[in-house]
Design a protein around this ligand. Structure first.
Ligand code: CA
Length: 229
C-alpha cells in the first residue's frame, strides 16, 4: 500500500511517514499542493493524507483539482480540532474522510486501510449526465447554463436517477431511495413526480432524459437526453 502525505510542516510529515512505514506502508511526502498534484498524477497512490493548511494552495483546492484531473485515490484530510467548517468543506470538495489533529497513529493507519479498500473509484461531487448537472451539497440543479429550481422531493428523485444512469428502476426502488417511511401513501406518487421532473428538467429544453420503460419503470438516459434518440 502506497500513501502520499501532503503536509508542509516537515516534522509532522516525517512523523507521519515514520508511523506509516512502521505499519508496513510505503509513504512519500509532498510539502506543497503543487507537488502533490503532479505526484498524485504520475503515481497511483492507494490513499492520500492531505493537510488543510499548505503554503501555496489549501487542501480543499488540492482535493478539488485532484478530482478535476481525474485522480480518484481516496483522500483523508487532516483538519484542526473543532474546525467543523473545514471538515464539511473537505468532504464536500471530494475528500473521503478526515481526522483532526492531534490523532493516534493506530487510528490513522486503520482509516487509511479502510479507505484503500474502496479503491480509486470515480465519485464526482457533482453528478453530470450530458449537460444536466446536480450538486448534492449545494442542492443546485442546472442544464447547460440554466438553473433549475426543484422541490426537495423532485431533487431527491432526480438524484436517485442520476446516480444510476441507464438502469431501469421500478417504482419500488425509486420510492425506497427517494422517500423515507413517511412517504405519501399513493400508489402513483412516483408517476406524479416523474411528470413534475420532466416538466422542469426536460420539456423546457426539448429533450427527454427520463424514459418510461413499459411494465418495468423508468430509466435515466446516460447523456441526460442530449444527443440520444
Ligand atoms: Ca500544514
Amino acid at each position: 500500500m502506497r500513501v502520499l502525505i501532503v503536509e508542509d510542516e516537515v516534522k509532522m510529515a516525517s512523523l507521519i511517514r515514520r508511523g506509516l512505514r512502521d505499519d508496513g506502508m510505503a509513504a512519500d511526502v509532498a510539502i506543497r499542493g503543487k507537488d502533490a498534484l503532479w505526484m498524485a498524477g504520475s503515481t497511483e497512490y492507494d490513499v492520500i493524507v492531505l493537510d488543510v493548511m499548505l503554503p501555496d494552495m489549501d487542501g480543499f483546492e488540492v482535493c478539488r483539482r485532484l478530482r478535476e484531473d481525474g485522480v480518484w485515490s481516496p483522500v483523508l484530510m487532516l483538519t484542526a480540532r473543532d474546525a467543523i467548517d473545514d471538515r464539511v468543506r473537505g468532504l464536500d470538495t471530494g475528500a473521503d474522510d478526515y481526522l483532526t489533529k492531534p490523532f493516534s497513529f493506530a487510528e490513522l493507519a486503520a482509516r487509511l486501510r479502510a479507505l484503500a479498500r474502496r479503491g480509486p473509484v470515480e465519485r464526482p461531487t457533482v453528478l453530470r449526465l450530458g449537460d444536466l448537472h446536480l450538486d448534492p451539497s449545494s442542492k443546485r440543479v442546472w442544464r447547460g447554463e440554466t438553473d433549475i429550481s426543484l422541490s426537495a422531493k423532485e431533487f431527491s428523485l432526480l438524484e436517485t436517477f442520476m446516480r444510476r444512469p441507464g438502469a431501469v428502476l421500478d417504482r419500488f426502488q425509486l420510492l425506497e431511495h427517494a422517500w423515507d417511511d413517511e412517504y405519501e401513501n399513493r400508489s402513483n406518487v412516483i408517476d406524479v413526480y416523474v411528470r413534475y421532473l420532466r416538466e422542469k428538467v426536460d420539456r423546457p429544453f426539448g429533450v427527454e432524459s427520463i424514459e418510461t420503460v413499459r411494465g418495468a419503470g423508468y430509466r435515466m438516459r446516460v447523456k441526460g437526453g442530449r444527443g440520444e434518440s
